[in-house]
Design a protein around this ligand. Structure first.
Ligand code: PRP
Length: 206
């Protein structure tokens, strides 16, 4: 039995399409209601979790495969996995965003930046040689500059609608994001045959 931890929501839906393409049973999953663990006809066990928890289940050795966004991987300190495929869905990017005046403005103090992704933000500002104060928020990050708490944000942009609706613009694109297929290194060793069977199938359609 192979256990796949899938990020709940949009990623989950896209992943079913891919499973269907390679002939895996998705009927049981699509008909699920609030169950969090489903065993398919192909002897695959799917668990449905939040993005960060995909990594926790892999780290704890209870999931063999993880389906998770690159944003989560980049933000996490956990590195004990193999990233096998870019699944090419859930495409978006990280950006520094603010009011359009940001670029010309001369800041007489350390800039303040709000984000849900402090590690990515720190890495970005380090790479451009700026020392800023990072303020961690759990969501609705766009609010921070609006209410004057920060000078900008580092956040995910998909359609750009949220920035637009809140009067903000992209100041700098940081990096592209998409959904990744990751494998537990220990499973690769001890369940090699089963894992490779699945990997080969996915490889054909990706
Ligand atoms: C994400 C992200 C942006 C928004 C971007 O937020 O943090 O706010 O989506 O999407 P867009 O470019 O298509 O408008 P999410 O929906 O996860 O909610 P949150 O702000 O509560 O984290």
């Amino acid at each position: 039995m192979i256990r796949i931890a899938v990020t709940k929501g949009r990623i989950e839906k896209e992943f079913y399409k891919l499973m269907k393409k390679i002939g895996l049973d998705v009927a049981t999953i699509e008909n699920k209601k609030r169950e969090l663990l489903i065993r398919t006809e192909d002897n695959i066990e799917m668990i449905f979790v939040k993005a960060n928890d995909v990594l926790t289940f892999i780290e704890q050795g209870v999931a063999d495969i993880g389906i998770v966004g690159k944003d989560t991987l980049e933000e996490s300190d956990f590195v004990d996995y193999d990233e096998l495929f870019d699944l090419k869905f859930g495409k978006c990017y990280f950006a520094l965003a603010s009011y359009k005046e940001y670029k010309e403005k001369v800041f007489k103090r350390r800039k303040k930046i709000a984000t849900k992704y402090p590690n990515i933000a720190k890495k970005y500002f380090r790479s451009i040689g700026e020392d800023v104060e990072i303020i961690k928020l759990e969501g609705s990050v766009e609010l921070a500059p609006i209410v004057g708490m920060t000078d900008g944000i580092v956040d995910i942009v998909e359609t750009g609608d949220t920035l637009k609706a809140n009067g903000l613009v992209v100041i700098d694109k940081i990096c592209e994001i998409s959904t990744r297929f990751i494998v537990n290194k220990v499973s690769m060793k001890y369940k090699a045959d089963e894992i490779y069977k699945i990997i080969d199938k996915f490889e054909e359609v990706i």
